[in-house]
Design a protein around this ligand. Structure first.
Ligand code: SF4
Length: 347
């Protein structure tokens, strides 16, 4: 399948203080690296998840792709065109082919606009004239299963699920090739979450767009995505097909995330793995493997040497960064891990 979006060695840095304050306080590096050399691609019609705890850099990647944040280096190539080097005006035709669904379904909709104005706003923003704006709003409402009279409502008159549907309809307004969905089920009841995910899956089948999902909800990942990337402190630490990673995670952090995930099957037995401590500060990254301060398998080598990416010998698309990768399997919700041998795979 052809890559629709290819991101290579992306780096995003934030200043923590102004240059004068840095000079006055003698701070040598007044910035944090929020995204450190991330590479991935999304193929046409595919769904990829970026997974990780808050602050892992997943939303920063999304904001950089759609131009709300500039990268310090790296490449973002959309449908064969490098967009990082384009000016704002040159980028517009490419940005029009991407749409973002923001996290807060109600808060992301302007409270002063009716649903009709909200749905036709993307046309105005991109300077596209529509003679029949009302008809366009009706078409979009139909797409997401809402009646035409919703066009007269205001955001405060919508439930969370309805607001999320309006967010999806708005994202679809310009027939994008890529939708970036930031926590598409956040703040919704479990039953409404299912409806929203089914709607997204149906629309993807019908319209064929690719979806980049940003989430920490592993049930969403399992049911919606083809591939997933696990992030920790701005880096990918495991990437592969969703099926492969759920069945056989190789990185201890992935193992802990999967083991902590509530199983939909009430009879399943969960072997929870407690993650030690807090996520380290981006201002003070641990040496060696940055996960070593929380890893239950950490050995001396881990705190000294940064692990380079390894590839699963049985799956060239499954990559991970760990000196002692797991050879785990999940049996009916019970994850079995095996003892560690130094410098080799656990077996
Ligand atoms: Fe754990 Fe060491 Fe692997 Fe890092 S390299 S995840 S500390 S076993």
């Amino acid at each position: 399948m052809t890559a629709l979006l290819r991101v290579e060695d992306l780096r995003v840095r934030f200043r923590t203080m102004g240059p004068l304050k840095a000079l006055a306080t003698g701070t040598k590096a007044p910035f944090i690296d929020a995204v450190c050399g991330v590479s991935f691609e999304i193929r046409k019609g595919e769904t990829l998840a970026l997974v990780g705890e808050s602050g892992s850099g997943k939303s920063t990647i999304a904001r950089t792709i759609i131009g709300l944040q500039r990268a310090v280096s790296g490449s973002i190539c959309f449908d064969g065109q490098e967009i990082e080097e384009l000016s704002g005006t040159e980028r517009k035709p490419y940005l029009r082919r991407m749409a973002m669904m923001f996290q807060d379904p109600v808060g992301s909709l302007s409270p002063r606009l009716t649903v009709r104005s909200l749905l036709t706003e993307p046309f105005r923003i991109h300077g596209i004239k529509r003679r029949d704006a009302g008809g366009e709003a009706e078409r979009l409402l139909r797409l997401v299963g809402l009646p035409a009279d919703f066009a007269r409502r205001y955001p405060h008159q919508l439930s969370g699920g309805q607001a999320r549907r309006i967010g999806i309809a708005r994202a679809l307004a310009l027939n994008p090739d890529l939708i970036i969905a930031d926590e598409p089920t956040a703040g919704l009841d479990v039953s409404v979450q299912g409806e929203v995910l089914n709607l997204l899956a149906r629309l993807q089948d019908e319209l064929g767009m690719a979806i980049l999902i940003i989430t920490h909800n592993l049930n969403v990942v399992r049911h919606m995505t083809d591939r997933m990337a696990i992030m920790y402190l701005g880096r990918f630490i495991e990437v592969g097909s969703t099926e492969r990673i759920f069945d056989q995670p190789r990185h201890p952090y992935t193992e802990a995330l999967l083991a902590a995930n509530p199983e939909p099957d009430p009879d399943a037995v969960l072997n929870r793995i407690e993650l030690k401590g807090e996520v380290p500060s981006l201002l003070r990254r641990p040496s060696g493997c940055e996960f070593h301060t929380r890893c239950r398998y950490a050995q001396d080598l881990c705190s000294r040497v940064f692990p380079e990416p390894s590839t699963n010998p049985n799956d060239a698309e499954h990559n991970f960064r760990c000196h002692f990768p797991l050879k785990g399997e999940i049996v009916s919700g019970l994850m079995l891990s095996h003892p560690v041998s130094v410098g080799t795979e656990r077996s």
